[in-house]
Ligand binder design. Structure first.
Ligand SMILES: C[S@@+](CC[C@H](N)C(=O)[O-])C[C@H]1O[C@@H](n2cnc3c(N)ncnc32)[C@H](O)[C@@H]1O
Length: 264
């Protein structure tokens, strides 16, 4: 990162304050980690590259605000790492509740990381990421109604309130990538604020099946769940046309439809 103010803005967007617990994914040489530590946070950094791990440990050797884990974040058991850290801090008189995630992650793992983190609202309050601009727009724009974008939008909006914060031009990076980046914030919902579905697992299974039959009417793509007539009846009962296609439904429509089908 050539422009260090971008790291400061990431930390500001997350509202990091003294005593917060922050997960930094891919600390690299530690430029973002440094801003987090200066803001007074306790930082858990997960870094895959052993050389970077050595580098970042050397850079912050004298601080007890940093724990570096040499792991691949997509394979890491983040929940147990965070909860055991919170428990051990709280046993020494702290009052840590939920962690924040602030990270400048490689673009190729961003969707996996978003899918991994958003369902952890019980233990994480905010996820602030620097993403490829196109991915940032796709994940946060609730008005997008393109078939290929909708399943992930249903997922993101089920678990969080997403917000596109600002664009970061490619000239801020070295080597310069051939795409721009953007900062996004996901405010994670507590479990009690999730849309009221009868079963989260079967809800997402239905959403995914609906979109697997791209541009197909739901009465056809959901036929493995129940008959076309039953799907048509469920659509009518929730106030939707019997000819509805998945890209025409909002998150709320999917929730109502799932709960209606579950009664069958
Ligand atoms: C774009 S650099 C970020 C550097 C740093 N955060 C900064 O602001 O200067 C990405 C870092 O993520 C690390 N990384 C890549 N894939 C990873 C993975 N699956 N798990 C953990 N770290 C990963 C890389 O080794 C690299 O250090």
């Amino acid at each position: 990162m050539l422009n260090s103010s971008v790291n400061e803005e990431l930390v500001n967007v997350a509202g990091v304050k003294d005593g917060d617990l922050v997960l930094d994914i891919g600390p690299g040489t530690g430029s973002l980690t440094n801003v987090l530590i200066k803001a007074g946070a306790s930082v858990i950094a997960i870094e895959k590259d052993p050389h970077m791990v050595v580098l970042v440990k050397e850079r912050f050797g004298s601080t007890d605000q940093l724990m570096v884990l040499q792991e691949d974040v997509t394979k890491c058991h983040i929940r147990s790492r965070l909860s055991s850290f919170i428990e051990s801090k709280n046993s020494t008189g702290h009052e840590l509740k939920r962690a924040k995630v602030v990270a400048n992650i490689p673009f190729n793992i961003s969707t996996d990381v978003v899918k991994q983190l958003l369902p952890m609202g019980d233990i994480i309050s905010d996820v602030v990421l620097l993403l490829q601009d196109e991915a940032a727009l796709r994940l946060t724009d609730v008005s997008l109604r393109k078939t290929e974008h909708r399943p992930v939008n249903i997922f993101v909006n089920f678990y969080s309130d997403p917000e596109y914060k600002f664009k970061v031009e490619r000239s801020n990076f070295f080597p310069q990538p051939n795409v721009d980046a953007a900062v996004v914030r996901f405010k994670l919902k507590l479990i009690s604020d999730y849309p009221p579905v009868i079963s989260i697992k079967s809800f997402f299974s239905m959403v995914n099946s609906a979109f697997n039959g791209k541009r197909k009417m739901l009465r056809r793509s959901l036929q493995h769940i129940c008959s076309a007539l039953e799907i048509e009846a469920a659509l009518m009962n929730v106030g939707l046309p019997t000819t509805s296609r998945p890209e025409e439904l909002t998150l709320d429509d999917f929730v109502k439809l799932h709960n209606e089908i579950a009664k069958v």
